[in-house]
Design a protein around this ligand. Structure first.
Ligand code: PXP
Length: 241
């Protein structure tokens, strides 16, 4: 079986730093520890309000990192300009609402298709891999393909919420599974992310079409108790079981 990759999202190292207005913990240090302990890529989300990762973090992480940097950005002109300037290896386009606590759903591809198509093509011209963060629906996958994306990242938030509340998960799991298969058949690389824990990652990783997981909040939370190294090692084992 092929190796499933783990992207470690370090946004919440910056959240802790910003809570006290200090310069620690340093997201660059977290990125390098993750790199040295099995992370396949580092994910950061430069939000429009800069609530966690800041422009300087992007610059410093990009300069020091050897594994791929996956930059998550909203579909806006400002973010497109930043991506073209810093040229991370990967870009993942995500929706953004100012008032949300975290990314609450996938992109509305239909509403933004003209801008997205242009944005994807400009980013791909720089040989940057482009992913669209979407709700697991067949229509979203067909449209992602038409817009020129290389990969789709399936939003696992709903599944994780249902799982954590011990509610019925079968329908949502099947939606993710069918979407993953359909995307793979259409030659899109399939990723998954949002809200994943050891237990939900264990379930979702049963879907073989998914080749990459992007996990943040739980990794940073768990690291408080057992450290980044052990947490990353545990996740790598789980997704490659
Ligand atoms: N993937 C994408 C596209 C995201 O926007 C996020 C949250 O920033 C994640 C994965 C990671 O989610 P979590 O922090 O809940 O693990």
């Amino acid at each position: 079986m092929r190796n499933k990759r783990l992207g470690v999202n370090i946004d919440h190292v910056a959240t802790i730093r910003n809570a006290r207005g200090e310069n620690y913990p340093n997201p660059v240090r977290a990125a390098l520890i993750a790199e040295n302990n099995g992370a396949d890529s580092i994910t950061i989300h430069l939000r429009e309000d800069r609530r966690h990762i800041r422009d300087d973090d992007l610059k410093n992480i990009k300069r020091k990192l050897r594994i791929p940097l996956n930059l998550e950005i909203a579909p806006t002109k400002e973010m497109l300009k930043i991506a073209l300037k810093h040229k991370p290896k990967y870009v993942c386009i995500v929706p953004e609402k100012r008032a949300e606590i975290t990314t609450e759903g996938g992109l509305n591809l239909n509403r933004q298709k003209i801008f997205l198509k242009k944005m994807i093509s400009k980013i791909k011209e720089r040989k940057i891999r482009v992913t669209l963060f979407i709700e697991p629906k067949i229509a979203n996958i067909s449209l992602s393909k038409k817009l020129g994306a290389d990969c789709v990242e399936l939003h696992t938030g709903k599944y994780c919420n249902l799982f954590n509340k011990k509610r019925k998960i079968k329908t949502e799991f099947s939606r993710i599974e069918k979407s993953a298969l359909y995307a793979e058949k259409n030659f899109l690389e399939v990723h998954a992310g949002h809200g994943l824990t050891y237990r939900t990652a264990d379930q979702i990783s049963k879907i073989n079409s998914i080749s990459e997981f992007n996990i943040g909040h739980f990794i940073i939370a768990e690291s408080v108790f057992i450290g980044l190294k052990k947490t990353i090692m545990k996740f790598k084992k789980i997704i490659n079981k």
